[in-house]
Design a protein around this ligand. Structure first.
Ligand code: FES
Ligand code: FE
Length: 447
């Protein structure tokens, strides 16, 4: 530790002393040369509560993928902020999203992560709801001190006013006025499109069980990190060294292209980043070697993708393509990642590896093995990242320093006509996307 860090008064060792406040004004400092975020944006319980109300209850939130509920009666439980929800497939194949809370006395109705059934039964007093959330029966309605003859029974579960689906990605919002989903996704749609277009039929399927884990840190660390190219060579140094030693023999179709640390750096530093309107951050590093795909082990498959979408798109698809879709969804590798805020200092991460429908089974299997190697419970990458998130939170607990610096690449990012900023690979443009939208939503609600 430097002398400087130890010097000064003993206040530096104390926990943060600000009174909790939902006032988000001044927590993001922006100027042409600076972009700073105040520590309280990650630590203050009042700010966390305000995020639930001003962000998660106001914007689109990813709740499920269609392949999780393909048949009548299928359901998946999820969260919008702290609010548990059920996503179900009704008798008419319609998708319903409703609050997972019995309207009687508030018990969580459905505790399973997913399943299939004909109705939802409340475990507390036995009220029964249909797949669309409609109240079907109240147990012992008139018996032994039951409800009056003219009791006005509620219609059913609270249904979300807006539910939209983009190519199988189901989003819901508590805000009836939220803009159409496709407009909201903006440039982030290109990442969804390219990921899905790797499938000959344009679809993905969640076929494996997800990896689920929690970390001791704020939800925004995960949202920032999934599109942070700056950290890879450092946080994942152990993995980089393994790659340098074993090269491609660990095999994962170039996803974590190996060789020396120098060659890995060259590949990883060759792309661009995006800071998109509505808070979405992207990383795009096209593959420079599509020829090897077109002539390699899965030549027929890649030639088909090439014929459908062209060389430039294939280079993008087979390169690195990552998105942090504000506020809770990530796309990286062959996985969909969801993060769920639980408290200012606790977050759940759910990783769904997916398969490309119609792609060669051996290719899908290889991608799954690759997932396990880097992101799985015994893998390298996710363990490194969540350790860093916990260290971040620990670092923010003291009161000596207030501001975090997020201005890397600010001087070289260039804005296009849609308002998105394009940066170089290790620019913190994707992280700034989150904070620009965070500031907009947090302060718009205050006004
Ligand atoms: Fe559900 Fe009473 S809380 S039936
Ligand atoms: Fe990482």
């Amino acid at each position: 530790m430097s002398q400087h860090a130890c010097a000064g008064n003993s206040k530096v060792w104390f926990a943060r002393t600000e009174q909790p406040s939902a006032n988000a004004e001044g927590l993001v400092l922006r100027s042409p040369k600076k972009f700073r975020v105040h520590t309280r944006a990650y630590t203050d319980p009042a700010i966390f509560q305000a995020e639930m109300e001003r962000i998660f209850a106001k914007t689109w939130v990813f709740v499920a993928h269609e392949s999780q509920i393909p048949k009548v009666g299928d359901f998946q439980t999820s969260y919008i902020g702290l609010q548990p929800v059920i996503v179900s497939r009704g008798q008419d194949m319609q998708i319903h999203v409703m609050v997972n809370r019995c309207v009687h006395r508030g018990a969580v109705l459905c505790r399973e992560a997913h399943g299939n059934g004909t109705e939802f039964n409340c475990p507390y007093h036995g009220w029964v709801y249909g797949l669309d959330g409609k109240l079907l029966a109240m147990s012992e309605r008139r018996e032994a001190g039951g409800y009056a003859e003219d009791f006005e029974a509620p219609e059913g579960l609270h249904r979300l006013p807006r539910v939209e689906n983009y190519r199988g990605f189901i989003f819901a919002s508590f805000n009836a006025e939220v803009p159409p989903l496709q407009q909201y996704l903006g440039r982030a749609r290109t990442v969804i499109d390219r990921k899905l277009d790797m499938s000959p039929v344009g679809e993905i399927e969640f076929v494996s069980r997800p990896y689920v884990g929690r970390y001791q840190g704020n939800w925004k660390f995960q949202a920032e990190n999934i599109v942070d190219e700056y950290h890879f060579m450092h946080t994942h140094k152990g993995f980089v060294q393994l790659q340098a030693k074993y090269g491609q023999t660990t095999g994962d179709f170039d996803v974590h292209k190996g060789g020396s640390a120098k060659s890995m750096r060259k590949v990883r530093f060759a792309g661009v980043t995006w800071d998109c309107v509505n808070g979405h951050g992207l990383v795009e590093t096209p593959s420079g070697e599509i020829e090897s795909y077109l002539t390699g082990e899965f030549a027929d498959y890649f030639q088909g993708v090439h014929a459908q979408h062209g060389g430039e798109t294939l280079a993008s698809m087979t390169g690195k393509l990552t998105a942090s879709i504000f506020p809770n969804l990530g796309l990286i590798h062959n996985q969909v990642r969801v993060w769920r805020p639980i408290s200012p200092e606790l977050t759940e991460v759910i990783i769904y590896p997916y398969e490309l429908k119609g792609a060669p089974p051996a290719y899908n299997e290889g991608m799954l093995r690759s997932q396990e190697r880097f992101y799985g419970p015994a893998g390298h990458g996710q363990a490194d990242d969540v350790e860093i998130f916990a260290r971040n939170q620990q670092g923010l607990a003291g009161s000596a320093v207030d501001w975090l610096i997020l201005e890397r690449g600010l001087d070289t990012d260039a804005q296009n006509d849609h308002g998105d900023y394009k940066g170089l690979t290790t620019s913190e443009a994707p992280q700034r996307a989150l904070w620009r939208e965070w500031e907009r939503l947090m302060s718009a609600a205050q006004a």
